[in-house]
Design a protein around this ligand. Structure first.
Ligand SMILES: *[C@@H]1O[C@H](CO)[C@@H](O)[C@H](O)[C@H]1NC(C)=O
Ligand SMILES: *[C@@H]1O[C@H](CO)[C@@H](O)[C@H](O)[C@H]1NC(C)=O
Ligand SMILES: *[C@@H]1O[C@H](CO)[C@@H](O)[C@H](O)[C@H]1NC(C)=O
Length: 264
């Protein structure tokens, strides 16, 4: 159970979420104790549905931060303090955790023209998808792309890399040595495949050394959608139906996104 292996460590009032979860004991009408334990799952329906989004929590990595995301959730109105209901507020960079990039992320004129996350094509973000393992000894170069032999017609590809093996998304400190696309790798994909949805397992599809140039190659024609920081642990490689839904944040060039894979 992934939940037990990677307990969420978000602090709330000094108690971890897990501790809170097991501490809630209520009296049932028949006078017996029952314990309320919220379910936290990664796999549903006997292994048919995989949640490939990361859970948002204070200790998840954040771009170029040593301390991780930090507190992003507050409870300005709480029942303990006399409100009718608990009402949380959050503040977080739109490129946090599992997220999507819109063309305005790296092109000012697309940003100004309104190519925000609300304009992304849901057809590209939903449909048949291939999850592949890439060689672990390299960034994603043209040579690596070529060696994958992705058939024409494959529109959605999720790349599992060394990032997953290194569990980088479970480490609070941002790590620049993550694997991503080099410029020639991105160019090769654009010129030689039909891939329109590119998914990867750390915070950027572009390797740190080619951060902006690789993004430019992917986003310049506004046809390719980039989904970053997918949680691809323990999911068998192969063909799935992917379902990714960004928030309709008008004016934002990035958004948290919930993605799942369904086995056909
Ligand atoms: C939030 O609401 C629950 C009831 O649903 C209440 O028991 C709890 O104390 C509230 N939390 C806070 C921090 O007020
Ligand atoms: C309730 O209000 C008190 C006093 O303003 C504050 O110290 C405390 O943190 C609040 N508790 C919650 C759960 O919001
Ligand atoms: C990928 O590139 C980064 C720099 O962008 C580098 O630190 C890392 O070692 C490379 N990874 C591999 C597996 O070659």
């Amino acid at each position: 159970m992934a939940t037990l292996r990677n307990p969420t460590t978000m602090k709330r009032g000094g108690l971890s979420m897990i501790a809170c979860a097991v501490a809630v004991v209520v009296w049932a009408a028949n006078g017996e104790y029952s314990v309320l334990v919220p379910p936290r799952r990664e796999v549903y329906d006997g292994g048919r549905i995989f949640d490939i989004s990361h859970r948002y929590h204070a200790e998840m990595p954040d771009w170029e931060s040593k301390e991780g995301l930090g507190q992003f959730l507050w409870l300005p109105k709480s029942m303990k303090n006399g409100s009718l209901a608990n009402n949380s507020e959050m503040k977080l960079p739109t490129h946090t955790g599992t997220h999507v990039d819109a063309p305005g992320h790296v092109f000012d004129h697309y940003f100004d023209a309104g190519f925000d996350v609300d304009t992304l094509d849901l057809h590209v973000l939903n449909g048949p998808a291939l999850l592949v393992d890439v060689p672990r000894d390299s960034n994603i170069t043209a040579q690596v792309m070529k060696s994958l032999n992705i058939p024409r017609g494959v529109k959605r590809l999720l790349f599992r890399t060394l990032n997953t093996d290194r569990r980088l998304m479970f480490q609070k400190e941002f790590d620049t040595s993550y694997v991503g696309f080099t410029v020639d790798g991105a160019k090769w994909l654009v010129e030689n495949t039909d891939i329109k949805l590119v998914g990867i397992d750390y915070l950027s599809v572009a390797s740190f050394d080619y951060l902006i140039p690789s993004h430019l190659v992917f986003l310049k024609d506004r046809e390719i959608i980039l989904v970053e920081a997918l949680k691809l642990d323990d999911v068998p490689a192969g063909l799935y139906s992917v379902h990714c839904l960004p928030l309709r944040l008008a004016g934002a060039e990035g958004s948290p996104i919930r993605c799942i894979l369904i086995k056909n």
